[in-house]
Design a protein around this ligand. Structure first.
Ligand SMILES: [Zn+2]
Length: 973
């Protein structure tokens, strides 16, 4: 083990081997300031640095959140207006962001390139310690909140990035319900306020209090620094001391979080969210049951709660979940154990419930739990839960997020409250065996008894819809603003107009070249020349289409069965999607769905299904849709996993109409959350259905069309139940055939040899049926405006450049990358106050769209889209700007992928006919992209915008106001 006992300026507090992350952990103290530095040294090339501060806020003005946004708006060494944006645009970062939690704020960066990594660290450290927010008032106004008044006769308005962002958050009933939980559970502590900022309270924040907040908390003595990966520890720490830490002296910062005094039992509370009109079904109530659960430092108990989460509430057929649904309380039940804060709690929630059932909801939970304790928990289910958790822990697949980032965040969940406990969450490997020893001893039952049945502190929260709440608030605000205006003298009004103009000027004015140049920049030659290839090998030809994607998966096999769906008729797509939802969660001919789920979790890392499609590169109008059934497992369980997948495909029973109903209502509820929470994804998906058959397919299987089908089904379920079950079975019989199947397996050599028998088995149960291609779908430009009860818009506009005669090119990668933090960022976020905006281009299909996220505007945003081509035609970028644009593009293209993602990417290439030459052609085009190339995209962008396809999900009043933009306007839910 390397030791770092003598790094000048630092004291090594401890070092420990961390075999689960194949590295060593070192905890240092900076002697002069007391700054804490946690280091994990291993071979991961995706290096992570993060600096965090303990920042529990005292009120809901969003001060922590606004500070988070604004430290990145220029600093002493890097005084340009938006170094963060410069870095996103012009570095090879694999992650770059900042996040506010209820008790901390963190600033993480990641990169595989050493030089880049140092640049990012440098800019971030200067930003947090020496930001310009103390000198420039506009920074607070832009990102926090400000009054807006352009003309003497206008009404005064409120605007600001965080203000709009939080209005967006509070537009979603799910968020209102979730955020209310800590509010009622911790009324006397810092967790009881809204750290993101409550839009009603944000305008109470003064610039003085905000600056004081930064001064108090952003100090090395209150900091938590994190370094991860293949780094030179000594060099890193020496540099950090020399450049930043040594300039500070140790101070005492009171950033402690108070402990909530127990209520002595379970309390009841009520909150509301806004709707425009009464729901027809009279539902829409959330009930949430919350109890304190153990101590932040007791990680074994934490794992125990995670196990209970699965056994009692989470798994299909879990007793409490089942009891709640059977009693008709809610369409969707979810629960979670929040272990990342000082006082962990456990939450059980239902949504879409009828009113007046809070007592019944609470009784059902407690009575069912009592029964579980009396009878003892199902041992198989506990073991399945432990295995499934251990699998996830060891797989450590965080999708697109760097491992070191996720480890850093989980480290803080204990480290923040206990200086010694920095690496404990990375050493949980042995804890799973520890937990297995507790099965059957009554340990889990004791947890239920102590923390649920005899809870000393809990809340049953009801969150109900209330008609016109938003309007009430809007009216109140309008009156407040009118009163405020009336209170102003003529001189004050003209000062306000001046301030508004000054802010607009500040926003419109680019940073000086001199300031921009201070931000360090790599050169194009730092980008790798070679692109990433694909590992696609056809094996076992006598078994049909079998693809092996050879990657080092660390002893895990990902088994994917892809069934072509083009044998279906268009009206069967809906039932195929219901099938997709029902697979692996309905009974099979061997066992009930509860037991099936335990089997799956006992032996595998999960079995699930999803639909997807791939565009034929030779003909962009042609695509192939698939239903994927996917299982993952350790090599020792490959046979068993195939066996379970076979059982699911060939033996599932779709005729339990009661079970079907539960599944569909849950899907409907999940879709509702997506419609309200991630409107841009849903609106752009809908927009795609205006353009192509593939788009219609996507919308029918995961978009608004599917949601509408579910809604209709729910309304007539009793009449439709038998027919629906029959149809699902029919569709399953059509899809699961030998001819439709492509087997795709991701693993290394050792794993693939173990798969032959399983593949043979699967094929042997599939019938061989020749079927015609029947699927024909009809896209049409519907141009819809969808109204929600929310307060923000998701504005999408798009078209197809291939239809207009343009070709795909790597230049388009550079274009989309630079627009998201260039023109669209400036116009729609900085000036417009939206949370974000971007352009998305599918090189394969030719479909492209412009989309805004949590946008206070609609018409104005649409006009900005219309001006994009003009902007590009005349765009001026010097060499430095161009280099940044290309670097930013390759940060994304070359971001590390997990083995699973590499395999999926390889399959994608196979299914669409993409070759390594295609990748390299695209790569060269992007690498060599010039400003002239960007200007030449103007006609392409104009063609897209001129196709005039538009779809928006947004606040009812705003959509109504802009009715003329759409062919139809209707409520979405
Ligand atoms: Zn934010």
């Amino acid at each position: 083990m390397e030791q770092f006992n003598n790094i000048p300026g630092y004291e090594l507090v401890k070092a420990e081997e961390l075999k689960d992350v194949k590295g060593t952990g070192f905890l240092f103290r900076h002697k002069k300031t007391g700054a804490r530095i946690g280091v994990v040294k291993n071979n991961d090339e995706n290096k992570v640095f993060s600096i965090g501060f303990k920042t529990p806020p005292k009120d809901s003005t969003g001060v922590a959140h606004i500070t988070e946004h604004t430290v990145l708006c220029g600093s002493e060494k890097f005084p340009s207006k938006d170094p963060f944006v410069e870095l996103v645009k012009g570095s090879l970062n694999t992650f770059l962001n900042a996040m506010t939690f209820s008790d901390k704020t963190i600033y993480p960066v990641a990169s595989c390139n050493d030089k880049d990594f140092r640049n990012l660290e440098n800019v971030y450290l200067d930003a947090v310690f020496h930001p310009n927010l103390h000198k420039v008032d506009e920074i607070f106004k832009q990102e926090g909140w400000h009054y807006e008044l352009d003309n003497e006769n206008d009404d005064i308005k409120l605007n600001g990035v965080v203000y709009s962002e939080m209005k967006g958050v509070f537009s979603n009933p799910d968020s209102v319900a979730q955020r209310s939980v800590t509010d009622v559970l911790f009324p006397d502590t810092e967790y009881g306020v809204e750290s993101g900022g409550d839009p009603d309270v944000i305008p109470e924040l003064t610039i003085e209090n905000y600056r004081a907040f930064h001064k108090t908390f952003y100090h090395p003595s209150n900091s938590y620094i994190w370094l991860y990966g293949d780094i030179d520890v000594e060099e890193q720490l020496t540099w950090m001391d020399r450049e930043y830490l040594s300039f500070f002296d140790r101070i005492t910062v009171d950033s402690s979080v108070k402990i909530q005094k127990p209520f002595g039992g379970i309390r009841k509370c009520e909150r509301f969210y806004s709707v425009d009109e009464e729901r027809e079904d009279g539902k829409g109530v959330f009930y949430s049951f919350n109890v304190l659960a153990g101590e932040n430092t007791d990680l074994l108990k934490g794992l125990g709660f995670e196990v209970l989460d699965y056994c009692l509430f989470g798994a299909p057929g879990a007793p409490v979940k089942k009891a709640l649904i059977d009693a008709g309380i809610g369409d969707e039940v979810w629960d979670y154990y929040e272990g990342g804060i000082l006082q962990p709690y456990f939450s059980v929630d239902v949504k879409n419930a009828p009113p007046g059932l809070a007592d019944k909801f609470c009784d059902i939970i407690l009575n069912t739990l009592k029964k579980c304790v009396d009878e003892g928990l199902n041992v198989n289910t506990i073991n399945a839960a432990i295995n499934s958790q251990e699998f996830k822990y060891r797989e450590a697949d965080f999708g697109g997020y760097p491992k070191g980032l996720m480890y850093g965040i989980s480290a803080l969940s204990t480290w923040l409250h206990n200086d010694e406990m920095v690496f404990d969450n990375m050493r949980m490997g042995d804890a799973y065996n520890e937990l297995r020893k507790k099965v059957g001893t009554g340990w889990f039952e004791d947890l239920i008894r102590e923390y649920f049945l005899n809870s000393k502190h809990g809340v049953v929260l009801t969150v109900s819809p209330k008609v016109g709440l938003n309007k009430e608030k809007a009216d109140k605000l309008a009156k407040k603003l009118a009163d405020y205006k009336a209170s102003l003298s003529k001189a004050e009004i003209s000062a306000l107009i001046d301030d508004t103009a000054k802010l607009r000027k500040y926003q419109a004015e680019p940073s000086s070249e001199e300031d921009l140049k201070k931000i360090p920049l790599l050169s194009i030659s730092d980008i790798k020349k070679e692109g990433r290839g694909f590992n696609n090998e056809k094996i076992l030809p006598y078994l049909g289409d079998v693809l092996w994607h050879e990657y080092d998966t660390n002893g895990i096999a990902y088994i994917r069965l892809a069934f072509k769906m083009d044998c279906l008729k268009s009206d069967e797509l809906f039932y195929a999607t219901l099938l997709n939802d029902a697979l692996a969660v309905v009974d099979t001919d061997k066992r009930g769905y509860g037991e099936l789920n335990d089997e799956i979790n006992m032996y595998t890392g999960g079995i699930y299904s999803k639909t997807d499609y791939f565009i034929d590169l030779k003909d962009y109008k042609h695509y192939t849709p698939y239903l994927f059934v996917t299982g993952s497992c350790l090599y020792g369980q490959i046979d068993k996993t195939f066996e379970l997948m076979k059982e699911i495909i060939s033996g599932s029973k779709y005729d339990d109409t009661k079970r079907n109903k539960e599944i569909f209502l849950e899907s409907k509820s999940i879709m509702e959350s997506r419609l309200l929470g991630n409107g841009t994804a849903m609106a752009s998906l809908r927009l795609k259905s205006y353009d192509s058959e593939a788009g219609v397919f996507d919308d029918a299987t995961s978009g608004i069309a599917y949601y509408r089908g579910l809604k209709k089904l729910a309304e007539n379920y009793d009449k439709e139940a038998a027919k629906t079950a029959e149809k699902i079975k029919e569709v399953a019989n059509k899809l699961f055939t030998r001819e439709n199947l492509i087997v795709s397996i991701i693993c290394d050599k050792e794993g693939i040899d173990k798969c032959t028998k399983g593949i043979e088995d699967i094929i042997s149960v599939l019938p061989s049926v020749k079927q015609e291609k029947l699927l024909v779908l009809r896209p049409s430009a519907k141009n819809e405006g969808f109204k929600t009860p929310g307060q923000v818009q998701f504005v999408c506009r798009g078209g197809n450049f291939k239809k207009a005669g343009f070709e795909s090119s790597g230049v388009l990668n550079v274009l989309t990358s630079m627009l998201s933090y260039g023109y669209l960022w400036n116009e729609i976020r900085v000036k417009g106050g939206a949370y974000g905006a971007w352009m998305n281009i599918s090189q394969d299909s030719g479909f492209a769209y412009l989309g805004s996220y949590r946008d206070p505007n609609l018409r104005q945003t649409n006009e900005i889209y219309e001006k994009l081509a003009d902007h590009l035609e005349n765009i001026d970028m010097d060499d430095r700007e161009m280099t940044k644009a290309v670097l930013g593009t390759f940060g994304k293209i070359d971001a590390p992928l997990t083995p699973r993602q590499l395999g999926e990417r390889a399959f994608n290439a196979y299914a669409s006919g993409k070759t390594y030459d295609d990748i390299m052609k695209n790569r060269k085009e992007a690498l060599n992209c010039t400003v002239e190339d960007i200007r030449k995209t103007a006609p392409l962008v104009r063609a897209i915008v001129d196709q005039n396809m538009i779809c928006t999900i947004g606040a009812a009043a705003t959509v109504e106001e802009c009715k003329d933009l759409f062919k139809t306007v209707e409520a979405i839910l």
